[in-house]
Design a protein around this ligand. Sequence first.
Ligand SMILES: N[C@@H](CCC(=O)N[C@@H](CS)C(=O)NCC(=O)O)C(=O)O
Length: 214
Amino acid sequence: MTERVLYGYYRSSAAYRVRIALNLKGLQYRQQPVNLLKGEQRDPAYLALNPQGLVPALLDNGQLLSQSLAICEYLDEAYPDTPALLPSDCMERARVRALALSICADIHPLHNARVLKYLETELGQDDAQKTQWIRHWIATGFTALELQLASQPATYACGDTPGLLDACLVPQVFAARRFGVDLAAFPHIVRVDAALSALPAVQAAHPAQQPDAV
Ligand SMILES: N[C@@H](CCC(=O)N[C@@H](CS)C(=O)NCC(=O)O)C(=O)O
């Protein structure tokens, strides 16, 4: 088997999701940092690997994969003997995917680095305006997620074993704290995040624990 390599950045929410997924599944990997602040995601060598110029990308069995959710689902299918990230029931799987997408497609892209840069350089928004934007969109997404978690309370986001939604929730809560979002209105999200943060697999994925952390 060839080496498994995760191209990522310590503070990237999307790379953080994949680190959690790999750790929950007990799959070994080497990290290859791509420094987003230095623009390394746009280096020709990296664009040759991932033309989108985004992290993460995962090299597994000699093939390169992009998009964090696609990578997590691939890991579940390719390594069925490791702990499952998705439920076996197709209705439950659809529910988990929907909630994961509510974070990955509807919250996170609105505060991605390139979006914030565009707000600043092209639309002339200052730091206070950008912070208002970020907090608004995270709180909007969390308001709906909180209601959904409250409707079926469990140890983790979707039951009593951690899975795909948890791998998305932890990085989004990390980002919310980093951007100063008031989490008082989201007790279920905070509770689930605390339960997850006690797991060694999740602790090892924390940005501060990564080789490129500054
Ligand atoms: N939908 C993608 C999002 C990837 C993404 O937005 N990555 C960010 C870091 S969290 C990135 O590489 N940003 C670089 C940039 O904005 O230039 C995924 O889930 O993998």
